[in-house]
Write a protein that binds this ligand. Structure first.
Ligand SMILES: [Zn+2]
Length: 134
């Protein structure tokens, strides 16, 4: 695979696809400046995990921390924003509110739909609050 995302990622880290233990989809190694992706991912998982790890590389994070801290949510939100077109998301959500269905329609994983919704939830109210007209 040699997508625009992969070319962009190579500006931030070396990218390796290799066998990984069960349960591991990817990782960012700050010491080696390397992103590792499991060779068992589907194409959709591959691009979503690459975008997530790319976010860690861009911020110099010390790898994933079991999905329980702000860096993990930020990585998911940034991955979602890299991969989801807002107009496509709006059109999909008008058809069906189910995150799994929307994910399938947009070619991303459901967790990125949930992260995108977190971003929308935090951004849209702020947008209106900052642009209130008396
Ligand atoms: Zn992570």
């Amino acid at each position: 695979m040699n997508t625009d995302l992969e070319l962009f990622a190579r500006n931030w880290a070396k990218v390796y696809v290799l066998p990984m233990e069960d349960g591991f989809k990817g990782a960012y190694d700050i010491e080696r400046d390397a992103i590792y992706l499991s060779d068992r991912l589907t194409d959709v998982q591959h691009k979503c995990v690459l975008a997530h790890e790319l976010s860690h590389a861009r911020h110099g994070d010390c790898g994933c921390r079991n999905g329980h801290d702000a860096a993990e949510l930020r990585a998911d939100i940034e991955a979602a924003r890299m991969l989801i077109d807002q107009a496509d998301y709006m059109n999909a959500e008008r058809c069906c509110d189910n995150p799994s269905w929307i994910a399938s329609e947009l070619g991303v994983t459901p967790d990125l739909i949930l992260a995108y919704r977190c971003w929308l939830h935090d951004t849209i109210p702020n947008f209106y609050q900052n642009n209130l007209v008396d």
